[in-house]
Design a protein around this ligand. Structure first.
Ligand code: ADP
Ligand code: MG
Length: 351
């Protein structure tokens, strides 16, 4: 068992792209950790740098108590599952799973035993003699996980483990992966561009952009208190309301309304008010607007209000309280659910 520590790591490709930029990160022993961010932000590069498939231009990678920065992948105690699973097509499932043991020249009987043990835990027992081409996407994914687990690594690295599965199977595989990781208590770092997946699975999440970490926290922390407007925009299945506002007398003027504001701001300071649609509800006073669209989300509905100054504000309401189009509605959020961001750098303000 081992944690992972990244200190001041920069990974630069020969063409000059700085895919990981002076990054610090600590993954705790036994944790299920997500690297989350838009395509091209450096997630795969960071994972490959932990695995030893890329050598950083600066910084150190520590696994357990060992500095592995200069060690080849095979000596780091990590196992990586690639986005396309990279199973050996000419080998059976059993041979694929046992491959790490074969490389170490374990006895044949031990290889077979390990493969059937691991396959048991992954519901692959009936498929041990099949080749990858005869498996569904979900089964291939489990076989690839099996090979990584059989390697007996201290750290499991998964690059977009669920993205090749169709939507339904992805939910099943997600639950499965969470249970497997919990049972094995294996330090796991997984990459995803899907915020819902990161929120559902991870113990902690690093939200990345341009080779850097914008926020590191538990799913609740990044959902409830995004550290900046980039994270606020990126996290959540319905986009957060981010509304231009102006400070006035300890309040903020926004969307034609006057709301309690953060303390200590000079009158006239521009800022951005952030509030999740899930945290807004009809109220006696607050932001008033006319219902312009209603979208069905299943048990709830996403309602958009057009405010007098033209600002759109969205909120979710229980299906049975869905308002009629054209109705005027006043909404507000509980204290603490309104967040205030610096209008210039997008950073979260206290208060
Ligand atoms: P992500 O996994 O978050 O989509 P990547 O780590 O794959 O991001 O890529 C980060 C950046 O590095 C991108 O700008 C990408 O174009 C660049 N990049 C990735 N791989 C290479 C490579 N082999 N050579 C040059 N640039 C690369
Ligand atoms: Mg990637």
């Amino acid at each position: 068992m081992a944690g992972v520590e990244i200190t001041g790591v920069s990974t630069v490709y020969p063409n000059g792209v700085r895919a990981v930029d002076a990054l610090d990160l600590r993954v705790v022993d036994g944790e299920l950790f997500a690297l989350l961010g838009p395509s091209g932000c450096g997630k795969t590069t960071l994972l490959r740098t932990i695995a030893g498939l890329e050598v950083p231009a600066a910084g150190t990678v520590t696994i357990g108590s060992r500095d592995v920065t200069r060690l080849p992948p095979g000596r780091r105690g990590v196992a990586m599952v690639f986005q396309d699973y990279a199973l050996f097509p000419h080998m059976t499932v059993a041979e694929n799973i046992a491959y790490p043991l074969r490389v170490r020249r374990a006895p044949k009987a031990r290889q077979r035993e390990a493969a059937s043990e691991v396959a048991d835990g992954l519901s692959l027992s009936g498929l041990l003699d099949r080749r990858p081409g005869q498996l569904s996407g979900g089964q291939q994914q489990r076989a690839a996980l099996g090979r990584a687990v059989a390697a007996g690594a201290d750290v499991l690295l998964l690059d977009e483990p669920l993205s090749n599965l169709d939507a339904r199977l992805r939910l099943e595989a997600r639950t499965f992966l969470k249970r497997l990781q919990h049972d094995l208590a294996l330090t796991t770092v997984f990459v995803t561009h899907d915020q819902a997946e990161a929120l559902a699975l991870a113990d902690r999440i690093a939200v990345m952009e341009s080779g850097r970490i914008r926020q590191l926290g538990t799913p609740r922390e990044v959902f409830q208190r995004p550290a900046d407007t980039f994270v606020a925009n990126f996290i959540g299945s319905t986009p957060m309301n981010l509304v231009e506002a102006t400070a006035r007398d300890g309040h903020v003027e926004c969307a034609g309304a006057r709301l309690p504001g953060p303390p200590g701001l000079v009158d006239g300071t521009p800022l951005v008010v952030g509030v999740r649609p899930e945290y807004l509800a009809p109220a006696d006073d607050g932001i008033t607007g006319v219902v312009s669209t209603v979208e069905n989300l299943g048990v709830s509905s996403l309602v958009t209000l057009d405010c007098p100054d033209g600002t759109p504000i969205s909120l979710t309401v229980p299906e049975q309280h869905e308002p009629a189009l054209g109705r005027t509605l006043t909404v507000n959020a509980a204290p603490g659910r309104l967040l205030f961001y610096d209008a210039e750098d997008g950073g979260l303000l206290d208060g």
